[in-house]
Write a protein that binds this ligand. Structure first.
Ligand SMILES: [Zn+2]
Length: 296
């Protein structure tokens, strides 16, 4: 059973930026890593989609969210205007402390600012571009959670360097990310912790803009043997993966339990995320109450 889950979101880290740097830890040289390539195409990653990308990771649905700030608490909503159930909601119901570190968007993943037991965000004075600070705060927060905990941390260094057209800065931030992951791993029990590294979208340092290049998705835990290839995945699948790791259920979430796939290996019938989404969408539509039809 997993006691602690850390979701580390590296803003701007697409698969191109990922391969620019030397990343022995994230690339799995320690032999307990599963790596997938995540599509971001549903979102149209060229626009300001970061809040939606974070909301998707926490709900397993395409939902609406706003960046937490003076006027919004960062709660994700369905397109029908209902609050969407997040991994933070089910963790909280199960008595698992919920925390967010770094960029304010991290709070969206777990259901917004009102859901947080521990808040170490930009709005609390944390510098989301400082890898040392993010690593330190994440480790301290894990400690403060006690025996169980869900910590979402968002690091901004790669995105920030990308927007400044700073290729060398992107490489440095990617390598800093890897050391950050190494530090967090050293501070956690590899058997009882699941570390997930994901990205909301890529940021191209040549154009200085967000893009829709696929992003890496990395899982690290002792039960994963070697370097598993998860194939094509979707960030939607993060929500169900985290809920399942805690032994919780998130019925509305789309996708597959990636940790289970990483442990058991991909079988012929594991499918990729598209098969699963299509099947789940059919079931979902069949169970929906008849909704008002648009007239022409
Ligand atoms: Zn950005």
């Amino acid at each position: 059973m997993i006691d602690k889950v850390v979701l580390l979101i590296i803003d701007g880290l697409d698969v191109v930026n990922f391969t620019l740097g030397n990343t022995p830890t994230m690339s799995g040289l320690h032999g307990r890593t599963a790596v997938g390539v995540a599509h971001t195409e549903i979102l149209g990653a060229g626009t300001t989609i970061t809040p939606i990308a974070h909301a998707m990771m926490g709900t397993g649905q395409n939902v609406i969210a706003h960046r937490p700030g003076k006027e919004t608490r960062g709660r994700p909503y369905t397109y029908l205007g209902e609050p969407a159930t997040t991994i933070g909601d089910v963790a909280c119901q199960a008595g698992i402390p919920v925390a967010a570190v770094g960029k304010n968007e991290a709070a969206i993943v777990v259901g917004g600012l009102d859901r947080l037991d521990i808040s170490r965000l930009e709005m609390d004075g944390i510098d989301a571009n400082d890898d040392e600070a993010i690593a330190q705060e994440t480790i301290a927060t894990l400690e403060a959670c006690g025996s169980r905990g869900l910590v979402v941390a968002t690091y901004n260094g790669v995105d920030s360097a990308g927007h400044k057209n700073n290729v060398r800065g992107v490489i440095e931030a990617v390598e800093k990310t890897d050391r950050m992951v190494e530090r967090i791993l050293e501070a956690t029990d590899p058997a009882k912790s699941l570390l997930i590294i994901a990205s909301d979208h890529g940021t191209n340092p040549l154009t200085g803009r967000h893009n829709n290049v696929p992003t890496p998705l990395v899982l690290i835990n002792e039960r994963i043997v070697g370097r598993m290839d998860l194939g094509v995945v979707h960030n939607l699948e993060i929500a169900i993966t985290i809920a399942s790791a805690f032994g919780l259920s998130l019925p509305e979430a789309f996708g597959r339990d990636l940790f289970k796939l990483a442990i058991e290996g991909l079988r012929w019938d594991s499918g990729d995320y598209r098969d699963t989404l299509e099947r789940q969408l059919k079931e979902f539509t069949a169970h929906q109450a008849k909704r008002p039809q648009l007239r022409d």
